[in-house]
Design a protein around this ligand. Sequence first.
Ligand code: 5GP
Length: 194
Amino acid sequence: MSRKGILFVISGPSGVGKGTLRGKLMETPDEGLIYSISATTRKPRPGEIEGRDYFFTDAETFESLIASGELLEWAVVYNNYYGTPKKFVLDNLEKGIDVLLEIDIQGALKIKNAFPDGVFIFILPPSVEELGKRLNARGKDSQLEIERRLACYEQEIAHLHQYDYAVVNDNVLDAVDKIRAIITAERCRVRRMQ
Ligand code: 5GP
């Protein structure tokens, strides 16, 4: 039986561990699932690699991608552009390969309009206190930046009801198991079979 690929969208507040969960999830070989690498104008952090973590670009190039309709969605997140390359996602879905996006909430809501059949997974922190601790512990952002990200949290969590699933990231391996279970269940849905 064949089917089109399923679009899985992992989203949630900054610092909740989406990137870690996505990385762990993609460590397990799954030929039917591919991660869509985003474009961003953010500068690479130490250890990040062009074409593996992001396609790093400048604002001018990013704006030309927007103008030529090459992005499925894009958003300004903490003063930088982030966007999902359209062709890669559509080509893989057409081939029957499931595509994973790990994007912010604004982006996920835009995708939901265009792909109501996608699967939207909201990653929650165990608590707002824990989120603050994690943002501090990862040492990637200034204090001002951390405060800005925490202030966004309340607004972001208000969108939870627009998602299909909620996964609390209290333990990485447990959370990844839950995401895998969601992927497996969605692949078994009768209505997706052609
Ligand atoms: P970071 O700079 O920490 O890698 O990512 C900041 C935020 O941007 C995270 O919430 C991440 O999920 C989000 N993000 C990464 N790629 C994209 C994308 O292509 N589109 C949107 N809308 N958000 C993205």
